[in-house]
Design a protein around this ligand. Sequence first.
Ligand SMILES: Nc1ncnc2c1ncn2[C@@H]1O[C@H](COP(=O)(O)OP(=O)(O)OP(=O)(O)O)[C@@H](O)[C@H]1O
Ligand SMILES: [Mg+2]
Length: 258
Amino acid sequence: MEKALVVSVSGKGGVGKTTLVALLLKALLERDDGRDILVVDADPAANLPDVLGVKVEKTVGMVANELKRKIEKGQLPMGVSKSDLLEAWVYSTLLELENFDMLVMGRTEGEGCYCYVNSILTRILDTLLSNYDLVLMDMEAGLEHLSRRTDKDVDVMVIVTDPSLMGFKTALRIKELAEEVHIEVKKIYIVGNRFPAEMEERLREWASKIGVEAAGVIPNDSLIAEYNLAGRSLLDLPSDSPALSSAREIAKRIGIIS
Ligand SMILES: Nc1ncnc2c1ncn2[C@@H]1O[C@H](COP(=O)(O)OP(=O)(O)OP(=O)(O)O)[C@@H](O)[C@H]1O
Ligand SMILES: [Mg+2]
């Protein structure tokens, strides 16, 4: 089985992770090259569906919690494989849209020992991911996803920062923590969001200081705010949107479009 190329987008809270995922997705869909694309919202706050104009009713967290509850209450009939049951439920949350699929992780309950459910969930997700050519993941803000190893299969890690010291420091911590917990990322890039073009050099300086590659900057784009306020999908952005043009260049640099 071919392995999907898994790309994650992480960074400090509010720097533009979800926006970048939407823009990269748009750049990929413009190519219309027949690749099977999965978008994963791995942020428990799950706002990628809104940004993409997708309606979500069930999340992976919801069905995992349901299984945990049923196990605890002894409500599962004998002879039913919990793993098969959860697998069917997880696949039922998968949204098959026109040009891509989407999986929303949502929240799982942290109480008690759910190691069993979590371990079968991991196996199910590994198989699910391998059905795609490319997987784009919108991560939770900060560092928590690294210790929970949500990133364990990531090939390309894209860290977003705004032009702030806090943003760069979080980027550095993400990179360090990825190494500490032995996540085998092949490549780590940094992207500057809401960066004036003339500040791209600052991004490069930081990138080399922390030992990652600069993939480019995205300008502040008032259309993004307008679409957000109007509840419009960023996938409908006009092709001459400045942010989208930058995202296309970034997509090339990180090797997801040629
Ligand atoms: N380049 C941009 N131009 C204009 N507005 C932007 C740009 N990037 C992001 N925004 C706006 O900034 C806000 C935060 O962006 P976004 O939700 O993508 O950040 P995030 O890192 O995913 O946040 P969180 O940590 O909460 O998940 C949103 O309202 C978004 O529309
Ligand atoms: Mg987000």
